[in-house]
Design a protein around this ligand. Sequence first.
Ligand SMILES: [Zn+2]
Length: 259
Amino acid sequence: MEQEKTISRWFLFYKDQLLLKKTDIGLEIPTGEQAPLPIDHSLRVPFPDGSEALAASLESEELPDDRYTFVGLRASWNYISHNAYKKAGKAFQLVHWDRHSQYCPACGHALWQNSLISKYCSHCKEEYYPQISTAIIVLIRKGDEILLVHARNFKGTFHGLVAGFLEVGETLEECVRREVREETGLEIQNIRYFDSQPWPYPSGLMVGFTADYASGNIKLQDDELSAGAFYGINNLPELPQKLSIARRLIDSWIAEHNS
Ligand SMILES: [Zn+2]
């Protein structure tokens, strides 16, 4: 069969650093028939819009030349299009999965990739897919105010929303209720789905909700949260970056409030 030369887009990562190419107007995902530097093996990454790209992890942070630079995946949101950032997130999740699923977790035999998103153990005859860690995040309204918290694991001084990982056997709504109770001591009502967002740090899905305060006084879970209070629209603290669903939940409340 005749092989046509194809131009690929390359999502290359050293740890959580994404390789980007400098252009006159900014930074872009590198393209070309060949990867811009030697790689072990690459993964084909299909996207919902029907396009595909190649992804790989790099062994060192050596740059091909000075036309390239590394940018943290999260920070890349500031430099590339929203669409490219979303694709980079999927590529990163698959690269991370590939690195962490070399062997069968049940028997230790080497796994082989039998589809773009699955691997197979020929010994156990088991198929394995990338694991997605589901987390909830919730905006809680009380009258004209919303609950904003500062979690100890936030990278920065901003205030965000209560969030936490789904546990085995829980519904999302049960998880929302439990996380709010554990972290703040509050009871909530009217839990409503808002939207969701893949969160590739390294393999999450954030599911956003809104809710109304029902009862209780704020009692922070000290090892998780360092601050938490209800804020009105005129005294909001520093907010999360625009790329997060937390910020979209807050912005949506602000828009509603102002309308
Ligand atoms: Zn096995």
